[in-house]
Ligand binder design. Structure first.
Ligand code: J9Q
Length: 242
């Protein structure tokens, strides 16, 4: 997969060179290219923003640099899915991560200030698959953090990336659609807190059943919205109030 990130803060994306995505790059699974939007400006101050039409606080990112950047970056290679992080976007989810992981190329357009001139997105939609994506209902200063989040969630799903793809099924929001069960390691007792006996039983069917039950209970307690209405947890019957 090729991932292009266009930003006025390229150094913000440095963490992508570390850990998970870094490993993916070494393995040749990820071709990551970070670009400075100001490379597509032509004035002495390398201007990327201006005051908003209609008045109001803050500045808006000018369309011209974005148009030139997208033109230049899409002149070669696969047509990208253009991912625009924005608080007004569709909520990012594991399902969306899986969808994006199936694409040959992503191009993140990271906005700052009060946002990018709407015509950039409108024009991009005439040429590419554009996904406006929110990583949550809170305010950030720009799209770079969201690009880091989405890239990590997508890259770890690439075939050949995770050493043990089985773990993808049991983690929170994995294939099982549940939160993950509690995990333990040595020592068997720590500050008077003991590891559940079932995990020492050696009975793999019993351990698997206990883990599934813990995952369902935890999901019912913390995220009943993830459970189907018909799910029943022992004496806990999860109902949705219509
Ligand atoms: N708040 C923001 C400001 C700029 C670009 C993205 C965001 C964002 C994305 N997901 C939540 O917020």
């Amino acid at each position: 997969m090729r991932v292009d990130v266009v930003t006025i803060f390229p150094e913000y994306l440095a963490p992508l060179g570390l850990s998970l995505p870094g490993k993916a790059r070494e393995a040749g699974l990820l071709d990551l290219r970070v670009h400075d939007l100001r490379d597509w400006t032509h004035d002495r101050h390398r201007t990327v923003d201006d005051t908003p039409y209609g008045g109001g606080a803050g500045m808006v990112m000018k369309p011209e640099p974005w148009g030139e950047a997208l033109d230049a970056l899409t002149a070669e290679g696969d047509a990208p899915v253009v991912v625009v992080p924005t608080p007004s976007g569709e909520p990012f989810s594991q399902a969306l991560a899986a969808d994006l992981a199936s694409k040959p190329r992503l191009l993140f357009a990271c906005g700052r200030y009060e946002g990018i001139d709407q015509r950039v997105v409108d024009h991009a939609r005439t040429r590419w698959d554009v996904r406006e994506v929110s990583i949550g209902d809170y305010v950030l200063n720009g799209g770079e953090v969201a690009a880091l989040v989405v890239t990590e969630a997508v890259v770890r799903l690439l075939p050949g990336f995770m050493g043990n793809p089985e773990s993808l099924t049991e983690e929170s929001h994995g294939a099982a659609g549940l939160l993950e069960y509690p995990v333990y390691t040595k020592p068997p007792s720590w500050r008077d807190l003991d590891v559940p006996d079932v995990l020492f039983s050696g009975n793999h069917a019993r351990i698997a059943a206990w883990r599934h039950d813990q995952a369902v209970r935890r999901t019912a307690e913390r995220r009943p919205d993830l459970l189907h209405p018909s799910a029943v947890v022992d004496d806990l019957e999860v109902r949705t109030v219509q």
